[in-house]
Design a protein around this ligand. Sequence first.
Ligand SMILES: CC(C)(COP(=O)(O)OP(=O)(O)OC[C@H]1O[C@@H](n2cnc3c(N)ncnc32)[C@H](O)[C@@H]1OP(=O)(O)O)[C@@H](O)C(=O)NCCC(=O)NCCS
Length: 173
Amino acid sequence: MMKIVVVALLDHYKFLVNKMNSALLTEVVKDELTTIKKIIGRECSLELATTSKMLHAGYSLKIDITTPKTEGSALKDTICQFNLSQFPGNCAMMITHETFQPPDYRKRGLSVPVQAMKAKIAKYLNYTILLATTVPGNYNDKVLARAGFKRLDPLCFVSTRTSNRITTWMKVL
Ligand SMILES: CC(C)(COP(=O)(O)OP(=O)(O)OC[C@H]1O[C@@H](n2cnc3c(N)ncnc32)[C@H](O)[C@@H]1OP(=O)(O)O)[C@@H](O)C(=O)NCCC(=O)NCCS
């Protein structure tokens, strides 16, 4: 048992060092960061805010795209945040969830580079499918369709928990 835990931790450590760190992910999405920089007119950078390995359920990452609050400041503003988590029990599928853009950074065309970043990071981590769910009443459906996600009609339903109408989307990476 002890050996299994040690092997799992070593595997986790190797994966983090080799593939999942802010510098490498920045390189993966450098074109999208350039686009964001052009849109907002300021420097921006990617931070791997948190990462975890849920044993037996794969990896989960929280990405934060930030910009200095003012020129040269060490304080940062979040431009966008999103999470990417492996679908428990299936190492080919990643789910994007909890995408957030503060109001100051909405309606400026950032959704295009942000969606492209999600797909590039998931592909770089060798996932095959990216999944997302939406509820009506915002621009998410438009944004996901434009980013190449397909609606999964059999997985569009009313949640018995929240009564929300849920749409499920899938993108082949
Ligand atoms: C974050 C989010 C709210 C919008 O991001 P954004 O940067 O403001 O979006 P954009 O500026 O790129 O605009 C995208 C489209 O939505 C429209 N839109 C966005 N906010 C709008 C607003 N407040 N009023 C009217 N239209 C709006 C834009 O006009 C644009 O449509 P158009 O190109 O046809 O004109 C969101 O739509 C998004 O990214 N959604 C996807 C989230 C996701 O991944 N969900 C699944 C898992 S969490």
